[in-house]
Structures are given as structure tokens and as C-alpha cells.
Design a protein around this ligand. Structure first.
Ligand code: NAD
Length: 315
């Protein structure tokens, strides 16, 4: 048996598959060549880059499993694959903590202007040290501030736990259930139950000092011009969910007017070619969709994905 790990797989996951007698090919076949080459395999694993659409599924009837290392399945025609008897599996929980920690990377970056200092100091640092020092003098702390979390699923809740651990207030909004409290697991096996405030989207938008989005991709942006106008002046926005959940044009306007103090973005419209106005905006802290890109998350993803694929092919 043979699978194509077209977007790569952690070495531990590869080893598990091989020990189960499944050959793993990690070459990255270009999207346009997949239809003519994939049928030589029993399955394919992808991350977010490779698309597994209806046409590819139709062209490769030998495929028995499509594995997605990660959460979002928007690059796979899941229902169609399943209707053709192809198993589709993913690893939804493996990267939640890594994404949550990236949210705080952007938040700490934002409140202390690190993103701006990193751009300016290599260019102006030696001549402008004291001016830059003055410009960045009005940072703020996160403790005691509120974070509004839109989408209180796996990643939203991990983000809330980090926030609660920092002494922030959590305002949570979700279309489905929001728990009244979360359990923080601290070192030394200490567990603490900390309350969460369930709010409406309107309350969240008008009350939060920072807002972080954790919904799946949705057709209509959750945050646009109208929403930015209702936020507290100087709010910080983080998006580590999917491009499209924020109206990027409206965000740029809100940053330019000072209504939004800064944004931290890991996801963009038009990935992998985000618009220049976003990439070059002085008030945006940027990362290239690396929410799940930690050694720990990739290892967990690799192991979980390998076991799921083994279950399908050998189970
Ligand atoms: P999840 O399914 O556990 O949680 C999503 C939550 O959003 C659910 O509770 C759902 O009810 C809620 N929701 C859906 N539509 C909503 C709406 N319109 N308003 C309010 N709430 C809504 O998913 P998750 O594991 O927490 O992942 C969230 C998203 O994060 C994924 O879909 C993926 O797009 C993204 N993600 C990004 C990275 C990255 O690298 N940046 C990595 C992993 C996941």
C-alpha cells in the first residue's frame, strides 16, 4: 500500500505508517499533475495547500482515504468524496494550543509595538534610537483587559484559557453553546475553574479591548465597517482563523483612522498572495498562516493522521 503525503508529514507519522506496511511518498506533486499521478496511490494526505476537488476524486478511483493534517477542510470536497466511498479524516484538536499561542504572540506584539520596532530598527535604529524609544513609550499590559473571542470551539477555548491565565476577562460569543467556565491546567497538576462571560456579538464588539476570531471560513465577513465603528477606540484585532472572516478594506480604513490600534493577521484574503496594502500596513503584525506550525503540533498531527489513515487502510 502507498500513500502520497503531498504537503509533507511529520517524521514520526511517516514512521508509524511505514511500520504498518504503508509506503509513504513525500514528493510534492504540483496540483495540475495530480489527476494523472494520484491514482497510483491508495490515499493522499494534505495540509492546506493541496486541493482535493471533485475532478481529482473522479480521476483517481483507487484512492480510499484523504487525510487532512489540521482542522479546516475547505480544500477538500468532503461530502463528494464520502459519497464516492472515500474516507476523509482530519486532526481537529492537534494544533489548537499552537494557534492560541500565536494569537498571544500577535497580541503582545501589538500592545508593545514590536512589529513596528522590528521593521524600523534595522533601518533607522542607530540614528533614531531615542525617537523610537519615545514613540513606543505608550505600550499597555494585557492583564485586566478584556478579550472578545468570536467562535468558542477548540481554538477559541484554548485562546480563552491563555487569556484567563494572564488575568484577562473573556467575553465569548458562539452560535452554539458557550460553557460558563473553563478549567485551567497549571503546572504542578493544579486545576482552577475560571468563569467565562457569554455575550452577544453586539456586546462583544462594543465591550472588548481586543477581539480574536476563531470561526471556520464564512461567506460574509463577521467584522466589517459597521462593526469596526461600534468597537472601543484603540481596540486590537487578531485573526488566526481564515481569510474572509474580516473585511480587509474596512480593517485598513479602521487602522488608518485610529479606530483600531493594531491588527495581528495569520490568515488573509487571496492566500498565498495577500494584498500589498495589508502586507505593507504599518499597524499590522503579520505571519504567513503558521498557526499550526510548531514542532509539537506537527508531531501530534503526524501521529494522529497516521493512525487515522492506518485505521482506514488496514482496519
Ligand atoms: P471548531 O469547530 O472547534 O470551532 C469553531 C467554532 O466557531 C464552533 O464552536 C462554531 O459553533 C463557531 N461558529 C461557526 N460559525 C460562527 C459564527 N458565524 N459566529 C460565531 N461562531 C461561529 O474549530 P477550531 O478547531 O476552533 O478551529 C477554528 C478555525 O481556525 C478553523 O476552522 C480553521 O479555519 C482555523 N485554523 C487556523 C489555523 C492557522 O494556522 N491559523 C490552524 C488551525 C485552524
Amino acid at each position: 500500500m502507498r500513500i502520497l503525503a503531498n504537503d509533507g508529514i511529520d517524521p514520526i507519522g511517516k514512521k508509524l505508517l511505514e511500520e504498518a506496511g504503508i509506503e509513504v511518498d513525500t514528493q510534492n506533486i504540483p496540483q495540475e499533475e495530480l489527476a494523472s499521478k494520484l491514482n497510483a496511490y491508495d490515499g493522499i494526505t494534505v495540509r492546506s495547500a493541496t486541493k482535493v476537488r471533485k475532478e481529482l476524486i473522479d480521476a483517481c478511483p483507487n484512492i480510499k482515504v484523504i487525510g487532512r493534517g489540521g482542522v479546516g477542510m475547505d480544500n477538500i470536497d468532503v461530502e463528494y468524496a464520502r459519497s464516492k466511498g472515500v474516507a476523509v479524516v482530519n486532526t481537529p484538536a492537534s494544533s489548537s494550543l499552537s494557534v492560541a499561542e500565536l494569537v498571544f504572540t500577535h497580541l503582545f506584539n501589538g500592545v508593545r509595538f514590536v512589529y513596528d520596532a522590528n521593521r524600523k530598527m534595522p533601518v533607522e535604529g542607530a540614528n533614531q534610537f531615542n525617537n523610537l524609544k519615545k514613540a513606543y513609550a505608550k505600550g499597555s499590559e494585557l492583564r485586566g483587559k478584556s478579550i472578545g473571542i468570536i467562535g468558542f470551539g477548540r481554538i477559541g477555548r484554548e485562546t480563552a484559557k491563555v487569556a484567563l491565565g494572564l488575568g484577562m476577562d473573556v467575553l465569548a460569543y458562539d452560535l452554539s453553546e458557550v460553557p460558563a467556565s473553563l478549567t485551567l491546567e497549571l503546572s504542578g497538576n493544579i486545576k482552577v475553574e475560571v468563569p467565562v462571560k457569554k455575550v452577544s456579538l453586539e456586546e462583544l464588539i462594543s465591550q472588548a479591548d481586543f477581539i480574536s476570531i476563531h470561526t471556520p471560513f464564512i461567506e460574509k465577513p463577521l467584522l466589517g465597517k459597521e462593526e469596526f465603528e461600534k468597537m472601543k477606540k484603540g481596540v486590537g484585532i487578531v485573526n488566526c482563523s481564515r481569510g474572509g472572516t474580516i473585511d480587509e478594506e474596512a480593517l485598513i480604513e479602521a487602522l488608518d483612522s485610529g479606530q483600531v490600534a493594531f491588527a495581528g493577521l495569520d490568515v488573509f484574503d487571496n492566500e498565498p498572495t495577500p494584498r500589498t496594502a495589508i502586507l505593507q500596513h504599518p499597524k499590522i503584525s503579520l505571519t504567513p498562516h503558521i498557526g499550526a506550525s510548531t514542532n509539537e503540533a506537527q508531531e501530534r498531527i503526524g501521529v494522529e493522521l497516521a493512525n487515522l489513515v492506518i485505521d482506514v487502510l488496514k482496519g
